[in-house]
Design a protein around this ligand. Structure first.
Ligand SMILES: [Zn+2]
Ligand SMILES: [Zn+2]
Length: 289
């Protein structure tokens, strides 16, 4: 029985609603599903309810975008208390940063001669977290470019004329905030991010897992991260990074999974985190560093 622990929904930049992703996972015969939207927990209530309805375990998850020395680093969180006050405050700050960045990109596109308003981008957003994919979709709808992919390649990707960097938090903060909400912090797709040097530092602040199974990790890369996970006593996770947009470059749901034994180890570790008291964490510390 296989579990896919990395999937996006309309709550962030996925194409299918949380309930539809859960139903799709059921149709594909998955044993468990992790919903990991970018910087938001807005899709979790619907996903968990849908999971309960069809008897599919859904693990509350999130994917946080952070930055270390100019590199984008994604942190996944699993099984946290998604009503926790500090976590919600942290996510609101992350989304504000996304929104401010979108305003800057739209202004830059107008300078470049594109007739685009923030309202056009807002029409593309179905969840909470506005991002570059929504700007790309607005450009496609206005007929400026043939596809989201083309919009990124021509204008929005790093090094292109409408690229605006986002102010991000360091990955250690994301690890801490997930732990504080009594969840399991996991380094996402390490093979994609090229951040091996960060692993010991993140382990020191409480990192608990590595996303070993990922569509862009080949057999050698997976073997490498499995060894690192063993060396640092980290649990192994994996998933497809499903986005559900027809014809996009992301993998299909269930195409990359972890097995039942690995899922069990992950759940055991999560249980351990929950049992360890979190009362010694000072509230508000994350915004004072
Ligand atoms: Zn990612
Ligand atoms: Zn993702």
């Amino acid at each position: 029985m296989a579990a896919d622990l990395h999937a996006h929904t309309t709550a962030s930049d996925g194409h299918l609603s949380p309930a539809r992703v859960v139903h799709l996972a059921g149709e594909k015969g998955l044993a468990a599903l992790g919903i990991t939207d970018h910087d938001t927990v807005a899709g979790l209530a619907e996903a968990l309810a849908a999971g309960q309805e069809i008897g599919l375990p859904v693990i509350a998850g999130i994917e946080l975008s952070t930055e270390a020395e100019g590199r984008e680093v994604h942190l996944l969180g699993y099984g946290f208390d998604w009503h926790q006050r500090d976590l919600l405050a942290f996510l609101a700050v992350m989304r504000q940063a996304r929104y401010r960045r979108c305003l800057k990109i739209v202004a830059r596109l107008r300078d470049l001669g594109y007739d685009l308003q923030v309202a056009d981008v807002e029409q593309e957003v179905r969840g909470e977290a506005m991002g570059r994919p929504h700007i790309a979709a607005a450009l496609v709808h206005k007929g400026y470019l043939p596809s989201v992919d083309a919009a990124f390649k021509t204008l929005l990707a790093r090094g292109r004329p409408a690229y605006v960097p986002r102010t991000r938090v360091p990955p250690a903060w994301a690890v801490e905030i997930i732990l504080k909400a009594r969840g399991l912090p996991v380094l996402a797709h390490p093979g994609l991010s090229q951040v091996n040097d960060l692993i010991p530092r993140l382990v020191a602040v409480g990192l608990q897992g590595l996303e070993v199974y990922y569509p862009y990790h080949d057999a050698a890369v997976m073997r490498h991260y499995r060894q690192i996970a063993t060396a640092y006593n980290l649990v192994i996770t994996g998933g497809s990074d499903f986005h559900g947009r027809p014809g996009d470059t992301h993998a299909d749901l269930g195409s990359c999974t972890l097995n039942a034994a690995e899922l069990e180890r992950l759940m055991e570790r999560l249980q351990k985190i929950k049992e360890q008291a979190t009362k010694d964490w000072a509230p508000g510390i994350y915004f004072n560093k």
